[in-house]
Design a protein around this ligand. Structure first.
Ligand code: TYD
Length: 249
């Protein structure tokens, strides 16, 4: 059976990652008629839940210097990596093996961009080395000030990384990590996210469509059940094309 494609959407907070991931999923399901699964990191699993309480600054302890600190940055990086490994094993890998297209809202690149604010990037790569390499990563590039304006319209509280000076550095880290990943043969595309949603979506589809409409993809499309029949979240046997590879980033 042909494996499903693994697509990751990335960007700083307020760049539109979640919105675009949802639109992408809808397009693949309704227009391309392919089995598709949308998921995100941090997850809703046990480790993801802990991460969310840390990001919301709801847990922490007074440190030796009297300051209230949430957690050592290296421990947070390990939690993201642990959440990811769990996510891969219980959700992403089985879906891909079943031929389902998986869209992930944030993945290893987020760790390389955000945790490298405080932690060495090479070590971050090591702790994430068991990750599956995405078939395509789309990075939505949005100026941090524009992202801040968008966040302010949508939120009432500020999470751990949601400060513009931090996100300026995160943006820079994204570009450095992307350059590195590309050198190693990973496919990472940068899309200008500072445009109307329709244009951003159109550009993402232009990248994703050729990936999904292979010969096997078309065969699978022909064999889809009628739209009103119950749809199983499984795929059909396809070409023997290599799917997601296990390659360290
Ligand atoms: P976000 O994706 O915006 O989710 P929500 O809309 O539910 O708040 O927030 C997740 C935050 O976690 C975001 O600031 C990026 C950060 N993050 C990391 O620092 N490292 C990671 O590996 C991942 C996946 C996310």
């Amino acid at each position: 059976m042909e494996k499903g494609k693994f697509i990751v959407i990335e960007g700083i907070d307020g760049s539109g990652v979640t919105t675009e991931a949802v639109k992408l999923k809808e397009h693949i399901a309704t227009k391309l008629n392919l089995p598709v699964h949308l998921t995100k990191e941090p997850t809703d699993g046990p480790v993801g839940g802990l991460i969310r309480t840390i990001l919301a600054k709801r847990v922490g302890a007074p440190c030796h210097n009297g300051k209230f600190e949430s957690i050592d940055p290296r421990c947070l990086a390990l939690l993201f990596a642990a959440d990811r490994l769990d996510h891969l094993e219980v959700d992403i890998r089985p879906k891909l093996e079943g031929g389902v297209v998986v869209i992930c809202d944030r993945y290893i690149l987020s760790s390389l961009a955000y945790q490298s604010l405080n932690v060495d990037r090479r070590w971050l790569e090591q702790i994430n080395a068991k990750g599956i390499t995405p078939d395509l990563t789309v990075y939505l590039q949005v100026p941090p000030l524009v992202a801040e304006r968008r966040r302010n319209q949508a939120r009432w509280h500020v999470e751990l990384y949601e400060e513009t000076p931090k996100l300026e550095r995160v943006s820079q880290n994204y570009l450095e990590a992307i350059a590195d990943l590309r050198k190693r043969g990973q496919r990472v595309e940068v899309v200008d996210g500072n445009r109307p949603m329709r244009e951003v979506h159109r550009d993402i589809m232009a990248l994703v469509k050729p990936l999904l409409t292979t010969k096997a993809g078309s065969a699978r499309k022909r064999r889809q059940p009628p739209v009103d029949a119950p749809r199983l979240d499984i795929a059909f046997a396809g070409e023997n094309e290599p799917g997601a590879k296990e390659v360290p980033v």
